[in-house]
Ligand binder design. Structure first.
Ligand code: CTP
Ligand code: ZN
Length: 160
């Protein structure tokens, strides 16, 4: 209810809802959204939620997130819901889900991995565990953790 008073409905774009409270800025960092792109973005943090107690919401107008980006959100905001909005209506609603494989975006934690040495080579990981998160590099077999992902994108450790 209070959210309705804070931020109005959008016409076209993406609403990322049910983000764990306090994580909205981390989600934007992982998405690579800086605000300089020119899209109108509304961020509501620590608002009341029936399901979560408190939650964050991000509304990005004029941009629809693609599947690859949604997968990345799942790594750091597992409760998030992605709503695609067209003409003021929710045309697609998806709960984020950590996929079996992650491609690109996340870097391998092994500095000597070929994906870190060769420009233009996309990373590929198998998700071997979701809790705790453990990604196995398909090139070097080394593991990348949630802590590594936080260090890569957010430059600090995840909250426990
Ligand atoms: N929303 C929006 N602009 C629209 C339509 C929806 O900003 N034109 C937002 C709503 O404020 C809400 C989210 O998108 O944060 C999902 O909308 P909706 O499915 O209508 O809300 P709920 O039914 O409460 O969603 P859920 O069941 O996922 O909690
Ligand atoms: Zn590797």
């Amino acid at each position: 209810m209070s959210e309705k008073l804070l931020v109005r409905k959008i016409r076209d774009g993406t609403v990322i809802d049910h983000i764990p409270a306090g994580s909205a800025l981390d989600v934007l960092k992982v998405l690579g959204v800086t605000g300089k792109e020119g899209f109108r973005i509304s961020i509501v943090m620590n608002t009341d939620s029936m399901k979560l107690g408190k939650k964050d919401i991000i509304k990005i107008e004029g941009r629809e997130l693609n599947l690859e980006e949604v997968n990345i959100i799942a790594l750091i905001a597992p409760t998030a819901t992605i709503n695609i909005i067209r003409g003021y209506r929710v045309v697609k609603k998806e709960k984020v889900e950590i996929p079996d494989y992650i491609e690109d975006i996340v870097k391998c934690a092994n500095p000597n991995c070929v994906t870190n040495l060769e420009k233009g080579l996309k990373t590929r990981f198998k998700v071997v565990s979701r809790r705790p998160l453990l990604l196995k590099c398909l090139y070097c077999d080394r593991y990348t953790t949630l802590e590594d992902i936080y260090r890569q994108f957010i430059r600090r450790e995840p909250a426990k």
